[in-house]
Design a protein around this ligand. Structure first.
Ligand code: FAD
Length: 485
């Protein structure tokens, strides 16, 4: 039944950004009602939060029923219904369940959805939430060959985890994983892809993503609106194809997809390829290097597009080039009293020389938390400065079972030729790269148990002139921590 509600704070989205924002604001204003509107039945909460060093943080994520949040914060109400309309000038929000909310401050944390290479093709799927991961698993169990498009974190994890199914991995770059590391690190990882699954070592233990215990991890009524998965999204989901033997990964470098055909389209096409030699497959992918592959289906892992649609109509949001809601250094959008955080937003402030936005869950948490503090500061008419976490980009993750730490301009982003690289590599064990400019460390990639993250973070933050140390910086026989104490 339609109803009207006056609420001081409304937050949209039950992912990391929205939940962190809602928790923070609910604890800061215990006598004000806070509403969290979300399309998904479960919310994502941060647990086991650990501040590893000044800017590095680690935590686990747990999907929980919304009642858990409501028990913890009596003034927080979670409403499972997607927002269908926003009238920002009137401070009014309408949910699919018919409820209307009049807010004082609103924070949009609606995340993103997979940027599908080709829309509306039955043989092309993206992975974003529990639903799509389960759909992928189901289809994989009957598949003999899949084509994976994309070179980001999801593609990397996927090609490594799939067993019993041939994987054709098409990337537009010269090396794998170039969103996260350079060609040298890519080379370090290649043997892991070639190793038999049983031989794959487990060099690191990393925070685990805990999946839905209740088994109700499906999206809300609006379809593809579940929360984004995080690291270890494949844990608990067996990624096994229809073949008995172990998987093989074949990488097609520096290519893009020209066309994806269904079987019927392929047979009717005028392609000069000898069709009979390719065998019969449900789908065919034509790459711009001239090759055509038959496959069971295609996984499009080519990034996300911010979920902004329900909010745009009739409003005047400033959108960034990547279609995110542009926010200033107080997480404010261009519409008054509307803030945004997480994957849906694009940082519009002049960033520190050592930070860049990447749509990762660490940043979703940080932005959600900071957005809440900004809303609070605005309400209380207090000043607030950009949080320290935006000083230095840091990310801890795991690829191919190795711990990976990324710091600052880890890939010399935006530095042109004005930088120097130092690399140390022990095959199968560790890969360490530092980026220096003018003798000062501005970034690092640490793969394996290097134990260097804190020291390097300090060196990056204090911008000490390291010219006189030269390559000694990475000398494994020197205890670098002692060196700079
Ligand atoms: P989301 O988690 O997407 O949450 C958005 C929320 O908004 C959802 O609850 C949704 O239901 C709700 N919503 C959407 N539209 C509406 C609406 N109209 N009305 C109401 N509610 C709405 N990051 C890492 O750091 N490391 C990784 O290893 C990693 N791996 C990943 C693997 C996969 C497969 C994917 C998809 C992402 C991965 N990420 C990883 C990225 C990370 O998960 C996201 O950056 C992060 O979760 C974004 O959080 P968010 O809160 O902004 O958005």
């Amino acid at each position: 039944m339609a109803s009207d509600k006056q609420v001081t704070f409304v937050i949209v989205g039950g992912g990391i950004a929205g939940v962190t924002c809602a928790e923070q604001i609910a604890s800061q204003f215990p006598s004000d009602e806070v509403c969290l509107l979300t399309a998904s039945p479960l919310v994502k909460t941060v647990i086991n939060f650990k501040q590893v060093s000044k800017t590095l943080e680690e935590f686990d994520i747990e999907e929980q029923p919304s009642s858990v949040l409501e028990e913890k914060y009596p003034n927080l109400k979670v409403i499972q219904s997607a927002v269908k309309l926003l009238r920002a000038k009137e401070h009014l929000l309408q949910a699919e369940n018919g409820q209307t909310f009049h807010y004082k401050k609103l924070c949009l944390c609606s995340g993103g959805r997979p940027k599908l290479l080709i829309q509306d093709k039955p043989h092309v799927l993206g992975i974003r939430d529990t639903d799509s991961a389960q759909d992928f698993q189901k289809r994989l169990s009957k598949a003999k060959r899949i084509v994976v498009i994309g070179n980001g974190g999801i593609a990397l994890e996927l090609v490594y985890e799939v067993e019993g199914c041939e994987v054709i991995w098409a990337i537009k770059d010269k090396a794998i994983g170039n969103t996260f590391f350079d060609a040298g690190a890519a080379q370090f990882f290649i043997p892991s892809l070639e190793a038999e699954k049983k031989d794959r070592s487990l060099p690191c233990k990393r925070s685990r993503y805990t999946t839905d215990k209740t088994g109700v991890g499906h999206s809300g009524a609006s379809g593809e609106l579940g929360s984004a998965l995080g690291p270890d999204w494949h844990e608990g989901i067996e990624l096994r194809g229809a073949e008995q033997s172990s998987s093989g990964v074949h990488i097609e470098y520096e290519c893009e997809v020209d066309e994806i055909f269904t079987q019927q389209e392929f047979l009717q096409s005028k392609l000069s390829t000898k069709k009979s030699e390719l065998g019969m497959w449900p789908a065919y992918v034509q790459l711009n290097n001239g090759k055509v592959y038959g496959c069971d289906f295609v996984v499009s892992a080519t990034g996300v597009v911010p979920n902004t649609e329900p909010f745009l109509h009739g409003n005047n949001f400033d959108l960034a080039e990547d279609h995110g809601l542009r926010v200033d250094d107080h997480m404010r959008t261009s519409e008054q009293d509307v803030y945004a955080a997480g994957d849906v937003c694009t940082a519009g402030w002049k960033p520190s020389a050592l930070w860049q936005q990447m749509r990762l869950w660490t940043q979703a948490r940080q932005m959600g938390w900071y957005a809440a503090r900004c809303m609070a500061a605005d309400v209380l008419e207090e000043p607030i400065e950009l949080d320290f976490c935006f000083e230095l980009f840091t990310h801890i993750t795991k690829f191919f079972n190795y711990k990976v730490v990324l710091l600052g301009k880890f890939n010399a982003q935006g530095l042109g030729f004005d930088h120097e690289l130092l690399v140390r590599c022990t095959k199968g064990q560790e890969y360490v790269k530092v980026v220096l400019t003018g003798g000062r460390m501005v970034g690092a990639v640490l793969i394996g148990e290097t134990d260097l993250e804190e020291t390097f973070e300090n060196l990056i933050l204090n911008q000490m002139d390291l010219s006189r140390y030269g390559e000694e910086l990475l000398n494994p026989n020197i205890d670098i921590e002692d060196y700079f104490d």
